[in-house]
Design a protein around this ligand. Sequence first.
Ligand SMILES: *Cc1c(COP(=O)(O)O)cnc(C)c1O
Length: 389
Amino acid sequence: MPLPASAAPSAHFLPFARPTIDEETIAGVAEVLRSGWITSGPQVKALEAKISEYCGGRPVRAFNSGTCTMEIALRIAGVGPGAEVITTPLSWVATSNVVLEVGARPVFADIDPVTRNLDLDRVEAAITPATRALIPVDVTGLPVDRDRLYALATKHHLRVVEDAAQAFGSQWRGRRIGAFGDFVSFSFHANKNITTAEGGCLVLNDDREARLAEQYRLQGVVRSGFDGMEVELVGGKFNLTDVAARIGLGQLPHLEAFTAQRRALARAYFELFAAAGAPDLGLRLPVPDFVNSNWHMFQVVLPEERLTVRRTEVMAQMHAAGIGTGVHYPAIHLFALYRRQGWKAGDFPHAEYAGRNLLTLPLFPAMTAADVRRVVVTLTDILLKHRKS
Ligand SMILES: *Cc1c(COP(=O)(O)O)cnc(C)c1O
């Protein structure tokens, strides 16, 4: 079926993200569809087992998003009304929405403008007697310093829900993200490094937590024998389908190659931006980490003080040149929902600047170095054209 003309990019349009799904996976999904069992079943169990193996044998449960995973982690940790949870204002809004969802209060701490992740000194300064948990986010897959994070959490007796939605395939000091720490939440949304179209998983600490996660996942139901059923808590409807899980099973064998290709493309961005003189134009590049980061995204920060146009105009011109870009993300505390809770412009200057000026450039495994060159040339031309004199 042809797409409507308005949604059909030109043949050469380069999106900022695109999943890579092989024919074997497509055939596998067809097999699941023909099997007579298409919702949660053996494929979900197999996906959980594979990810658990990847995470050093820790318990893993799959869900239909990388949002409910965090909500459920907070519930398992007993975080609710009266509690404060410290997180970053520069993330997908799910990160703080889950805190509101469980009736607790999100408290923001500003980012480090270089890593664009939570500034842990500011996190420590934001801790109060009501603080119960931290939700650090590995933005673009660049990990938050896990040594400092867990030293802080231990010192103040706080639970940690790692929002590692973007960090599947990342590592910290040679250890995989997910293989250590407290709760770790991954997302398998279509744009993430490994996808199930929509989905996610939660890495837990022990069997007790895993059983609770299963209850929260499906209406609080506990089954025993052929017809035994009990309900002890209010759960939701958060189970992953076998159709989706089969996609994930077909993705996992490619994880290393996907990450290697993303790193290679990120390197090409640094080399070509340097050659194009982009730093002299004031363009800020990400941290050049080729060890820990899975390069979920390649983001630059536009120099607003040196440009005569805003980001939206830069994006429009990139789009006109056949290049997709994204904004990840506007600062959360400036959304109406959060302003109503008392947050305001000026509270977190680094996150606000990044929120206004970050630009996500195309990066996905099927891209080529020629695509990177095209992005770099197009963006530097636009910056030159609109430079303040
Ligand atoms: C994608 C993402 C989520 C949410 O994942 P969903 O699977 O879309 O619910 C949460 N936090 C961050 C940082 C993300 O990038």
